[in-house]
Design a protein around this ligand. Structure first.
Ligand SMILES: CCOC(=O)Nc1nc2cc3nc(NC)[nH]c3cc2c(=O)[nH]1
Ligand SMILES: [Zn+2]
Length: 373
C-alpha cells in the first residue's frame, strides 16, 4: 500500500481527528499544512530550511511541470524527489485547476481539456490518462485524479454535468495508474455548492475505493460560511479510515475551522505568496513589514514565534531588506510564514489530543486580528 492513513483519535469537542499518514517518504502527523512548491521548489526555501520548519510533505504542480521542464526530464532525474533533492513526501495536483485558471482558450470535452500554454501559446491537451501518466513520471507519493473544478458561482446543470464527467475521469485515472503500490491516487470530490451533487460525487468516488479523498471546488471565491456548510455536508460522506484533503486552503482561521470539520490535509500558496510582498502572519494578525512604523522596531516579526527569522532578525532589518528588494528579505518572511502555519497545525494537533480544539479556536481568534495592519 503506497499510502496508509492511521486514525489516532477523534476530538470529543469537535469533529477533528489526529492521524498519521504513512508514505514511502516518511510519516506525516495530521492535520497537516503542506507548503506549495509549484515549479519543484517552495519559492526561496532550500530542502534543509523546509525540514527545519518541520515540513514533512510539499506540493508540486503537474500543469506547470508538464509545460516546463517537461515530465520526462523529471522522470530521468529520478522523479521529483531526485530532481529536487527532497527525501520527504511529495504530493502533485493534477493541474486541472491551473488549466482552468491560468490558460485561456481552453476547451473541455469528454476526452479532456485542450488549452494553450500560458508560456508560449502552444496548443496542448491533457486528459485523465495524460494527467495520470505525467504524475506517474513525476513520481509523487500522492497524486490527484484529473478533475474539473467548477467555477463559482455556477448553474446547477453545469455543475451536475461537470461533476458526472469528473467521476468518469476518475475511473479512467484509476485504469491508467501504472504503480498503485508506490503512488497513491486520490479522488477529488466535486459538486460545487449543491449538496445533492456533492453527495453523488462522494458516492461515485467512494465506490471506486481511493486511498484518500480531496475535496475540490471550494476556496474558489465563495463566502467562508458557505465553504464550511459544504464541508459539513461532504466530510461525513467520506470513509473515516481515509485521509481528507481540502484543496487550496488556506488562511490560519480556515485551517482551524477545516480541521474542526474533519479535514486532515491542507495546501495553500497564501503564506509564500504574501511573504513575497512583505506581509507576515503573526499570532496578532497580519503585519505589513513595509509600514513606516516598523522602521525603528528592533523586535521580532512575532514575539510569540520561535522560528529562525524571529530569533535572529528584527522588523527594522527585514523592512529594510524588503524595501531594498534584497532577496534575503523575502526569504526571511517566507521562512516565518511557513513556520507559522506548520507550527499552527502542531498546536491544533496538540489541542485535538487534549480534546480542546474548540477552546483553542476561541483563544486563537481572540488574539488574531487584534493588530491587523
Ligand atoms: C491544482 C489542481 O489540480 C487538481 O488536482 N484539481 C483541483 N485543484 C484545486 C485547487 C484549488 N485551489 C483552490 N483555492 C486556492 N481551490 C481549488 C480547487 C481545486 C479543485 O477542485 N481541483
Ligand atoms: Zn517567526
Amino acid at each position: 500500500m503506497a499510502v496508509r492513513y492511521e486514525l489516532i483519535k477523534t476530538c470529543k469537542q469537535t469533529g477533528a481527528r489526529l492521524g498519521k499518514l504513512h508514505t514511502p517518504h516518511g510519516t506525516i502527523d495530521t492535520p497537516v499544512f503542506m507548503p506549495v512548491g509549484t515549479q519543484a521548489t517552495v519559492k526561496t526555501m532550500s530542502p534543509e530550511e523546509l525540514k527545519a520548519i518541520g515540513a514533512g510533505i510539499i506540493l508540486s504542480n503537474t500543469y506547470h511541470l508538464f509545460l516546463r521542464p517537461g515530465h520526462e526530464i523529471v522522470r530521468e532525474a529520478g522523479g521529483l524527489h531526485g530532481f529536487m533533492n527532497w527525501d520527504r513526501a511529495v504530493l502533485t495536483d493534477s493541474g486541472g485547476f491551473q488549466v482552468f485558471s491560468l490558460s485561456n482558450l481552453r476547451k473541455i470535452t469528454e476526452e479532456g481539456v485542450s488549452f494553450r500554454s500560458h508560456l508560449n501559446g502552444e496548443k496542448l491537451f491533457i486528459g485523465p490518462e495524460e494527467a495520470t501518466q505525467i504524475q506517474n513520471a513525476l513520481g509523487a507519493d500522492i497524486f490527484m485524479a484529473f478533475d474539473e473544478c467548477a467555477p463559482y458561482p455556477a448553474e446547477y446543470d453545469y455543475v451536475k454535468q461537470s461533476m458526472e464527467r469528473t467521476s468518469r475521469w476518475a475511473e479512467r485515472c484509476l485504469k491508467a495508474h501504472a504503480r498503485p503500490n508506490e503512488q497513491a491516487l486520490f479522488g477529488i470530490v466535486q459538486g460545487g455548492m449543491y449538496k445533492d451533487l456533492r453527495e453523488q460525487s462522494a458516492k461515485d468516488l467512494v465506490s471506486m475505493d481511493f486511498p484518500g479523498y480531496a475535496i475540490g471546488g471550494l476556496s474558489v471565491g465563495e463566502p467562508f460560511p458557505l465553504m464550511y456548510e459544504i464541508l459539513e455536508h461532504t466530510v461525513p460522506l467520506l470513509p473515516t479510515g481515509k485521509p481528507r484533503y481540502l484543496m487550496g486552503v488556506g488562511s490560519p482561521d480556515a485551517l482551524i475551522e477545516g480541521a474542526m470539520r474533519g479535514i486532515d490535509m491542507f495546501d495553500c500558496v497564501l503564506p509564500t505568496r504574501i511573504a513575497r510582498n512583505g506581509t507576515c502572519m503573526t499570532s496578532q494578525g497580519r503585519l505589513v513589514i513595509r509600514n513606516a512604523k516598523y522602521a525603528r522596531d528592533f523586535g521580532p516579526l512575532d514575539p510569540h514565534c520561535e522560528c529562525y527569522t524571529c530569533k535572529n532578525y528584527t522588523r527594522a532589518y527585514i523592512r529594510h531588506l524588503v524595501k531594498a528588494e534584497e532577496t534575503f528579505g523575502i526569504r526571511l518572511t517566507t521562512y516565518h510564514n511557513l513556520h507559522f502555519l506548520v507550527n499552527l497545525m502542531k498546536e491544533v494537533r496538540q489541542a485535538i489530543a487534549e480534546d480542546r480544539l474548540g477552546d483553542f479556536r476561541d483563544q486563537f481568534f481572540a488574539q488574531y486580528g487584534l493588530s491587523e495592519d
